[in-house]
Design a protein around this ligand. Structure first.
Ligand SMILES: Cc1ncc(COP(=O)(O)O)c(C=O)c1O
Length: 399
């Protein structure tokens, strides 16, 4: 079966922050008259999800009792089977933790293993959600800037990481793999070096692997916990079908921990909130996602995303002088660097972003990601919408 990634589906009035949240938080403002809005900010997709998921939710919804429940063995089995895609086998039920969201899980782990005022190491550019969690919990971010190498590939700076870990007595790190917003899929040697540092400085590691379903062709996701026995012990890895299958509104994340102390103390933090519980329809959504049909849908999605990413990266190179992009290896996000363009034209980022929003290109400001000249674009839209957004950027914004 061939799935539909071309129909433009109206999301207005159907519970979508991406189109109803204009002016919300860091969100875009409404376009000027004459332009429709192209949502390229919130990290969800403008594609209908895999039919196996909808079917599963509808089937369960038709049984009209929604009382308290225990997660089915099938739920755990679906997770165990799905994790085999990344070479993870032998999982046991106690190693799985439930979290309403990946950020909630990261927060629980952080609460268990840091104190207010403590510094937490993470890389920049950094996903905005991490900053919010740190701020809300009274912890402080210690940012280790990533650098582009001679080929334009974003890399960790291991010397910088080590200096910051040592100088700040840091014992907790957030490791985003694959990395949002750069789309890096870390190579094994990179993860090994990072984990060796975390071992040396005795850090608990929150490995956020929420994007690991969206690995683009030619790249391989290496689970952080798989690189060494020590990494397996000191890391909790977080997952969700939300990114790969567009299920963010269903709140449905889980973690894997192999160390009983990490697991027990993190789960306790989640339990103590008294509202960190799996939703019955979300459970069925996960089972529908982590299925044979879900896997096939995902395979087709990745081809579409690769096409959109190639289109945008080629367009930026050929048509937007002074703007650069490092080709993502995962996700549906591209992170543009506008420093060359801003230096050449003297235009500010406020000016550039406002010009894009005026013509309905709902991209995201890179500054909250700690990248002064960055712009993040979500490309999980039908190709015609991506083409139209790029046309508008060339014609009205990067002039
Ligand atoms: C790296 C990363 N982690 C976590 C999240 C949010 O996950 P959740 O909605 O499950 O809290 C996102 C959403 O964009 C993300 O990019």
């Amino acid at each position: 079966m061939t799935y539909d990634f071309t129909t433009i589906i109206a999301r207005e009035g159907m519970d979508a922050l991406a189109v109803e949240g204009l002016g919300w938080g860091f969100g875009p403002k409404a376009p000027k008259e004459g332009f429709d809005f192209i949502p390229m900010w919130v990290a969800d997709m403008n594609f209908p999800t895999a039919p196996s998921i909808t079917r599963r939710i509808v089937e369960r919804a038709e049984h009209p009792l929604y009382g308290y429940f225990l997660a089915r063995p099938e739920y755990y089995q679906a997770i165990f089977d799905w994790q085999k895609r990344h070479g993870v086998s032998g999982l046991e039920k106690w190693q799985i933790g439930y979290h309403n969201g990946v950020l909630g899980g990261v927060a629980s782990l952080m609460k268990a293993f840091t104190a207010p005022g403590d510094k937490v190491l993470m890389h920049s550019p950094a996903y905005i959600g991490f900053s919010h969690v740190l701020e809300d919990l009274g912890r402080r971010a210690e940012l280790s800037p990533m650098k582009k190498d001679a080929d334009g590939v974003w890399r960790m700076d291991f010397e910088d990481m080590e200096r910051r870990l040592a100088e700040n007595h840091i014992h907790f790190a957030i490791f985003c793999s694959p990395h949002n917003p750069t789309g890096r899929v870390w190579e094994r040697w990179e993860i090994e070096r990072a984990m060796a540092l975390f071992e040396q400085y005795d850090c608990v590691v929150a490995a956020d692997e929420i994007w690991s379903d969206l690995i683009l062709p030619g790249h391989v996701h290496i689970p952080t916990q798989s690189v060494s026995g020590d990494a397996r012990r000191r890391t909790v890895a977080f997952y969700s079908p939300s990114k790969g299958f567009n299920l963010s509104g269903l709140w449905n994340s889980y973690s894997i921990a192999y160390d009983r102390t990490l697991q027990d103390r993190m789960v306790k933090q989640g339990d103590m909130t008294h509202y960190n519980s799996l939703n019955v329809l979300s459970m069925h959504a996960l089972i529908g996602a982590y299925s044979e049909e879900g896997a096939e849908w995902l395979r087709q999605l990745l081809d579409v995303l690769q096409g959109n990413i190639d289109l945008v990266c080629d367009f930026v190179r050929d048509e937007l002088p002074g703007v650069t992009v490092s080709r993502p290896q995962s996700t549906y996000l591209v992170f543009l660097s506008c420093d060359g363009y801003a230096a050449r034209t003297g235009r500010s980022m406020d000016d550039i972003i406002s010009a894009a929003w005026d013509v309905g290109v709902g991209l995201q400001d890179g500054r909250p990601f700690f990248e002064p000249f960055g712009l993040r674009l979500n490309l999980a839209l039908p190709r015609t919408r991506v083409q139209e957004a790029m046309r508008r950027l060339k014609e009205y914004v990067f002039v």
